[in-house]
Ligand binder design. Structure first.
Ligand SMILES: N[C@@H](CCC(=O)N[C@@H](CS)C(=O)NCC(=O)O)C(=O)O
Length: 199
């Protein structure tokens, strides 16, 4: 199998971390592409009509796309327990919270990068407000779910926080969130996170 990805894509990083946590590095190769909403990579378009990465090309069956679908598939394939049945809905909601942070953070990146001087500051701040509230929720309500055995919710959260450090280094998300900051420091030290740092 082949994963169409990019080293700076946080959605692709979720999948790349999970591949390593699940021990499937030998079974899934990675092809890095450069893509954007204004200029889709042909490999991304061939695998996903939306032109987005990550996409997983399989020997049999259609390509899979959307990081959530691919992660679920990998967990099923490897027979791992990154979606623990007993806490499934909480784990999926934690993943959705991290995914929402990423949706807003990636939108901010595109707004600044693709519109340049025409970027809309109010819209950018509205996206950051969503992220701010989600980070507050993580600190206040989700810390117990961030401890214990690794889940897809933890992987998604670790990748989302790392993406904020990469693209929003001037916004100090750690201020007032000591528990989340401490957790992020420990999670980012995992071998699977260090092996997937953006180049
Ligand atoms: N919900 C999707 C989002 C994927 C996504 O937006 N990826 C970005 C890269 S970080 C992309 O492919 N952007 C190009 C585009 O939107 O055309 C997922 O979880 O896989």
């Amino acid at each position: 199998m082949k994963l169409i990805c990019a080293s700076a894509s946080p959605y692709a990083r979720k999948v790349r971390v999970l591949i390593r946590e699940a021990g499937l590095e030998e079974a899934i190769s990675e092809q890095a592409v450069t893509t954007s909403p204004l200029d889709s990579a042909p490999q991304a378009l061939a695998a996903n009509p939306l032109g987005r990465i990550p996409a997983l090309i399989r020997a049999e069956g259609p390509a899979l796309y959307d990081s959530r679908v691919i992660c679920r598939y990998i967990d099923s394939l490897a027979e791992t327990t990154f979606y623990p049945e007993a806490r499934l809905w909480e784990v999926l909601t934690l993943e959705a919270t991290a995914e929402g942070i990423l949706d807003s953070a990636v939108a901010m990146t595109y707004e600044a990068r693709l519109r340049g001087d025409a970027a809309w500051p109010d819209w950018i701040e509205a996206q950051w407000a969503k992220i701010d509230r989600a980070l507050d929720a993580l600190e206040a309500r989700w810390m117990s779910h961030l401890s214990g055995p690794v889940t897809i919710g933890q992987i998604a959260t670790g990748c989302a926080l790392a993406y904020l450090d990469l693209r929003q280094p001037d916004r100090d998300w750690r201020a007032q969130r000591p528990a989340l900051a401490d957790w992020a420091g420990r999670f980012s030290a995992r071998a699977t996170m260090r092996a997937t740092t953006a180049e």
